[in-house]
Design a protein around this ligand. Structure first.
Ligand SMILES: [Fe+2]
Ligand SMILES: [Fe+2]
Length: 286
């Protein structure tokens, strides 16, 4: 079980909402209206850990270790939403999200293969770690800069915890796990070619609700993410490359094979799929 060790690790670096955020350093003159608006959108996006947790628990019924870890992840993500809301309540109460706005992002995600969801969230944490690092640079008000730095470190740790579960999955399921990770890795590292921000909150997760079946589509301003990335925090090709490098680096360690580009990872994915297809009997229609 990884849960006891991860609990200990994450507990030891946990920050305190009152003591570790320098609330008294707030400088009203350094927070613009457009900056404050983006904090609201991030607060709601973080709240979407709620439906994601419901999905994780539903799709991992046979995995009590991972499900127990969800209690930590869920707690920390909700705390991210809470600290951003606390900031708005203190300094821009007119922009604090309403309970209804938060509730809007709670909807059912369709069941998905657990290993693919795990990899999706691993990549999501890496990406968010980089987005928040850029957000911390873009913001000019000292308290919110500090908050985004704090959140970005948490997201990196979440990625590290998911990576532990991915290693465990490879030990248990071998090539089947590798194929799932490579498949989602190729997708999530291809953002520049798709011109769409690839994060779990931006993917369609329930075709019956299309097009309102992404978290982003259910925000008060569904267009904010692209705007935030392109013109506000300016998440450019250099930053995008850092995300891709991080994903490829971790895939290389995980698969014990070097991937210098997404194309190389894709070739590996095809090899795996081919060899799995040979070994597995053709499934019957039932
Ligand atoms: Fe978060
Ligand atoms: Fe996270």
């Amino acid at each position: 079980m990884l849960y006891p060790e991860l609990f200990k690790q994450l507990e030891s670096v946990r920050w305190d909402m009152d003591k570790d955020i320098p609330w008294d350093r707030f400088d009203a003159g350094r927070l613009s209206d457009e900056q404050a608006q983006t904090i609201k959108m991030n607060a709601i996006t973080e709240w979407s850990a709620l439906p994601a947790t419901e999905m994780f628990l539903r799709d991992n019924k046979d995995d009590s270790d991972f499900s127990a870890f969800m209690s930590i992840w869920f707690f920390e993500e909700q705390k991210h939403s809470l600290v951003l809301m606390e900031y708005l309540k203190r300094f821009r109460p007119d922009l604090a999200p309403t309970e209804q706005e938060l509730h809007e992002v709670r909807f059912e995600f369709e069941p998905a293969p657990a290993l693919e969801t795990l990899m999706l969230h691993f990549c999501g944490e890496i990406r968010l770690n980089h987005w928040y690092r850029r957000a911390a640079e873009w913001h000019t008000e000292p308290v919110i800069k500090h908050i985004y730095q704090t959140l970005s470190q948490d997201e990196a740790r979440h990625g590290g915890a998911y990576l532990r579960y991915m290693k465990r999955a490879i030990n248990k399921c071998g090539d089947e796990a590798k194929a799932a990770f490579a498949k989602v890795g190729v997708l999530m590292a291809s953002a520049r070619r798709t011109a769409q921000a690839l994060h779990p909150t931006n993917l369609h997760v329930n075709k019956n609700l299309f097009p309102r079946d992404t978290i982003q589509s259910r925000l008060p301003n569904p267009e904010w993410l692209e705007h935030w990335l392109d013109t506000q925090i300016k998440f450019d090709a250099v930053w995008e490359n850092k995300v891709v490098e991080r994903i490829l680096h971790n895939m290389s360690l995980l698969m014990d094979r070097s991937f210098q580009s997404v194309q190389e990872l894709n070739r590996y994915r095809k090899e795996l799929t081919a060899s799995l297809g040979q070994r597995q009997p053709v499934p019957s229609a039932a």
